[in-house]
Design a protein around this ligand. Structure first.
Ligand code: PLP
Length: 396
């Protein structure tokens, strides 16, 4: 039966899965059906922040399942959902939280909140035409029609057009272009990833983001940070915006939020929240008690200052090792923060990803030539050293 599942493919062909079929995991390692163990530097594309078989997550799931209530709908409140919203706001700029099920959904919710705010808030002072979302070239915000419209990849967009109208793109770092495009009359919000993930691990400069804050404030527009990939401890701070010295109006989260269960969130200020009333937005599964209970465990652990200090220390170790490899090999650039790193190669990244897997290390690419490393946040020093040594061998 297991063999049948793995070889007889009834799945839609939108993914290109690698050969191993994983059957178990522990810590930072995955075990394949043939018994082979792999050190994982992808953590499920930034989702498994606490690794595999985490005892705390398992206990949170067990306790939550014993209540017998996995779902109530949003007709009712549940304690885990209310507590999780409280935990996220207590650690951030935000006063309100909306829960959904994925990163793309979180971004689309943020776009809706921004449009309503632009049209109904006295501060934004907008008319119907104040609806535009300004996004950055190279960014990735998801695959639904609104999120995809803000993701400027013609190959991803064109087969599905028409997408959500009203999106303008600007080039990261180009302040003059930002000033020309962001307008009081038309702009509802600007959305940026503080560190572009799918775009090849491209951190934005603090100066540029500060300028965007200035321009959005002047235009009565909102500033949204998409922290779906770079948020929740990935950079060694709970939120990536903490490195930038700029406070956004909304932050979107997903990937690691509920330890591998699907969950997204939009964090927002009271001013943004004040324009949304019952019936304006909803999703059946958002903030269910089971998923929220697991997320409470994840966020409680990740927000601990000593945990974050460890992430920064491991990040430093990884950065040092990567720069050392880069000094000896033909590597164009090493970029990143915390435990989010990209190595820009002078060759396609795919064969290197395949060779690393052959040698027992799972890594991922970001675009054509960037090798992306997103290990679990609780990775140990010896595991980083092991991953670096495999990478060095593969790159030679
Ligand atoms: N935003 C960013 C920055 C992402 O990296 C991703 C996914 O990779 C998304 C949004 C979309 O998230 P999801 O796949 O959960 O819809």
């Amino acid at each position: 039966m297991t063999t049948q599942v793995a070889t007889q493919n009834s799945l839609l062909g939108v993914y290109r899965p690698a050969a191993p079929v994983f059957v178990s995991g522990s810590g930072r390692h995955l075990v394949a059906r043939d018994g082979r163990t792999y050190l994982d530097f992808t953590s499920g594309i930034g989702v498994n922040a606490l690794g595999y078989a985490d005892a705390g997550i398992a206990a949170a799931m067990q306790t939550a399942i014993e209540t017998g209530v996995v779902h109530t709908s949003n007709l009712f409140r549940t304690e885990p959902c209310v507590d999780l919203a409280g935990l996220l706001t207590s650690h951030s700029f935000a006063q309100r939280v909306f829960f959904c099920n994925s990163g793309a959904e979180a971004n689309e919710a943020a776009f809706k909140f921004a449009r309503k705010y632009a049209r109904s808030s006295a501060e934004a002072g907008g008319e119907a035409e104040k609806h535009e979302i300004v996004a950055l070239r190279g960014a990735f915000h998801g695959r639904l029609f609104g999120a995809l419209a803000a993701t400027d990849r013609p190959s991803m967009q064109q087969p599905f057009e028409p997408l959500m109208p009203g999106v303008q793109f600007i080039t990261p770092g180009d302040v003059a272009e930002a000033a020309a495009v962001i307008s009081a009359a038309k702009t509802a919000a600007v959305i940026v990833e503080p560190i572009q993930g799918e775009g090849g691990i491209q951190p934005l400069s603090a100066e540029y983001v500060a300028k965007l804050r200035e321009l959005t404030d002047a235009a009565g527009a909102l500033l949204i940070f998409d922290e779906v990939q770079c948020g929740l401890g990935r950079t060694g701070r709970l939120f990536a915006y903490e490195w930038l010295g700029v406070v956004p109006d909304m932050v979107t989260l997903a990937k690691p939020l509920a330890g591998g269960l699907p969950m997204g969130a939009v964090l927002m200020t009271e001013a943004v929240a004040s324009v949304m009333v019952p019936g304006d937005h909803a999703t059946t599964f958002g903030g269910g008690p089971f998923v929220s209970a697991v997320a409470l465990e994840v966020v409680s652990r990740i927000s601990d200052p000593s945990f974050l200090a460890e992430v920064r220390a491991r990040g430093h170790q990884l950065e040092t090792g990567l720069r050392e490899i880069a000094s000896k090999r033909a590597i164009k650039e090493v970029r990143g923060v915390g435990l989010m790193w990209g190595m820009e190669l002078d060759q396609p990244a795919a064969p290197v990803v395949a060779a690393a897997m052959e040698n027992g290390l799972l890594v991922i690419s970001a675009g054509e030539r960037v090798l992306r490393l997103l290990p679990a946040l609780n990775i140990e020093p010896g595991e980083i050293a092991e991953g670096l040594s495999i990478l060095e061998e593969v790159l030679s």
